[in-house]
Write a protein that binds this ligand. Structure first.
Ligand code: 5GP
Ligand code: MN
Length: 342
């Protein structure tokens, strides 16, 4: 039952591609989160366990709270080792992309993937947008209603009659846990807990993983969150909406590091009657926008149409190439149109 979700023909085709390949590159998205790391490294551990030469290549590093995952020390980071990444991709037999489907979202590494001769497979749970062609993938395992790419990796391995070793299990569990907010959303179906049960039976210490991922903040990060909530949050009660935006200068005061603003966007949803939350952060070259919502209130359309982005119904993001005040203006001019009043 656990393994039913993915299509039989796709599983067979991916199985054949893996059997026929020796050098397999596994790629995930920029600023990798728990699911990007978990799905890519989980798959890598399994591929290595069946004798493949498997290599994870990422656009850039994951935040510190994921850098304990087994195998991360062997990852090639494109921003630090572009030549190694290119050499690997040019000699790969197979490239498997997990937790994303648009090569343009990973910049120059995406170009390398598109130009490599290797056959490409995508294992993902993001919506496919009309602006991002996915015809580069020989097999497109796209399941937008799956809570995590890590769960899809689990299902694929099981359907291929694969044995999951402890390192793979730890990675897969981490991705499932982080993409469901420690099983607090997109997590209402029994098979998920059968998978968790199996992973725990394999030796996964879920309490330890929770502590490593969620209780690993720096004091600066905690203070940044306090500042955002106390000084930067605006509420728009008629539309049940909260907005937090923060400039580069303000982030600098808190010695901002990648990952430090993770989760801030979710916090205003803890306020009674707030159903939409928007977070904007000024990065070096752009404004990064994150949106979250509760229930049947999509935020991906707003992200797609106004901020060049997309994502899931309740968790989306986008970018604005301009100033922070402009991005805030775009939000103020549009939220009444995209966010439901009731
Ligand atoms: P986050 O707010 O955590 O950065 O992103 C939440 C979700 O929104 C991601 O899982 C991804 O699906 C989507 N997302 C975030 N940023 C972008 C973007 O710039 N473009 C697209 N297409 N999706 C994004
Ligand atoms: Mn994911």
């Amino acid at each position: 039952m656990i393994t039913e979700k993915i299509d039989r023909i796709q599983v067979q085709r991916v199985g054949t591609l893996i059997n026929n390949a020796q050098r397999i590159a596994v790629i995930s998205h920029i600023s990798p989160d728990g699911d990007a790391m978990g799905s890519s490294h989980g798959l890598m551990h399994w591929l290595r366990s069946i004798g493949k030469t498997a290599q994870v290549i990422l656009p850039n590093a994951a935040p510190d709270f994921l850098m304990w995952l087994p195998g991360v020390e062997t990852t090639i980071l494109y921003d630090k080792q572009p030549d190694e990444a290119a050499a690997w991709l040019n000699t790969a037999d197979l490239i498997i992309c997990t937790d994303f489907n648009e090569p343009k979202r990973i910049g120059a590494l995406g170009e390398l993937i598109l130009s490599a001769n290797a056959t490409k497979v995508v294992i993902d749970h993001h919506l496919i947008t009309d602006t991002a062609p996915v015809d580069y993938a020989a097999v497109l395992m796209s399941y937008p209603d799956s809570p995590s790419a890590s769960e899809l990796v689990y299902r694929l391995i099981r359907r291929l009659d694969g044995q999951i070793n402890l390192d793979a299990a730890i990675c897969i569990y981490t991705g499932m846990m982080t993409d469901t907010g420690n099983f607090s959303f997109n997590s209402n179906y029994p098979e998920m807990y059968e998978i968790v049960g199996h992973l725990v039976a394999l030796g996964v210490d879920k309490d330890d993983i929770y502590n490593r991922v969620f209780n690993a903040w720096t004091a600066d990060r905690m203070k940044l969150v306090g500042f955002c909530l106390n000084n930067k949050m605006r509420l728009y009660p008629d539309h049940h909406t909260a907005l937090i935006y923060i400039s580069g200068k303000e982030l600098y005061k808190f010695h901002f590091k990648s990952g430090d603003s993770e989760g801030i966007v979710n916090m205003p949803l803890q306020i009674k009657d707030v159903y939409y939350s928007v977070f904007m952060r000024e990065d070096k070259d752009k404004i990064k926008i994150s949106m979250r919502s509760q229930g049947d209130r999509p935020v991906n359309v707003f992200c797609h149409e106004v901020f060049n982005g997309g994502g899931h119904k309740n968790a989306s993001g986008g970018e604005h190439y301009g100033t922070l005040p402009e991005a805030v203006r775009l939000f103020l001019d549009n939220y009444e149109k995209y966010f439901i009043k009731s």
